[in-house]
Design a protein. Sequence first.
Length: 363
Amino acid sequence: MRLTRLSVSHWRNLPAATVVADARFIILHGDNAQGKTNLLEAVYVLAALRSFREHRPQRLIQHGHKETRIDGLVHGTSGSRRLQWRYGPNGRKILLDGSPPSALRDWFAPIRAILFCPEHTSIVRGGPTERRRFIDRARFTAQPAYLDLVREYQRAIKQKGALLRAPRRASDAELDVWDEQIADLGVRMAQQRLMIIDELRGPFQEMVAEISGKDKVDLVMHGVGIPGVTPGSLRDRLQQARRDERRRKMILIGPHRDDVGIRLNGRPARQYASQGQARSIVLALKLAELVAAKRRNEAPLFLLDDLTSELDQRRRRKLVEILGGMESQVWITTTDPRYLGPLPDARTQPWRVAEGAVRSGIN
């Protein structure tokens, strides 16, 4: 898939901008705080329907205006599709080829994206939530229907959590109803996570070897999401935890509490990875998603924010070399394109971003 045209209106600090992007490498360059990451963020919003920097969509609207818009033209195996995203006083509105999609998964059929940005070192350094978010996003990129399963599971734990916190003591029968759903949906979620981990493990190890040349890594699920888990075994664990759940007024068992262990040379990367190793691990995880997608005959967009601040010159050039051998369209923000090393001129389009204005070229 390629995003061949991107237009924004009253988006962040960009009053209006259009990028024609019929190339493999799209380079958004300029000084800091000029708007290049804002443009990359617009691409991600089209691909994920959420920002990677802002949880309150109203803050995406340019100051002094009531609505912001993103329009994209995507070309893929099913032809060209037009995606329109709006946010204003009445909330979000999305149109696919001029009509609201019948289901969210339909929106994601023509566009998905893998993102690498400075904050993603939290996948290694942060808590289990960051790693669960990564693995769920990776599974969604591979299979958008996974979003429906996650939403069903979240609804079940929300309802059970409300019962546990209610002033009136919930009966065992009431809790049993939700435990049944949590066990069924939770096992399906755990199985989906194990599937994507199995897809990523080999490419992840290959990419770490390419980038660092010496480190050995692995991915392991911790919690209920282990091979062989069944709805019956998960229900039993929920029953055993019920007294503690009542006392603590929270759900203690389920994939919402699992962790993805990242092992570095046989030890937990969270404790033992250096800053450089953590960056290389995260980049390798993102590239592993790209490799796994290629093996599925898919090519999601690959978005890299502020690349020059995150990697040394050797790793940057190795990354560009790896991406050159892929089929995905790559969007990169950088203060200076020269930091990226040699790029294939015939497949590269630079766009300079300065003071909220976007124009084609290096200068």
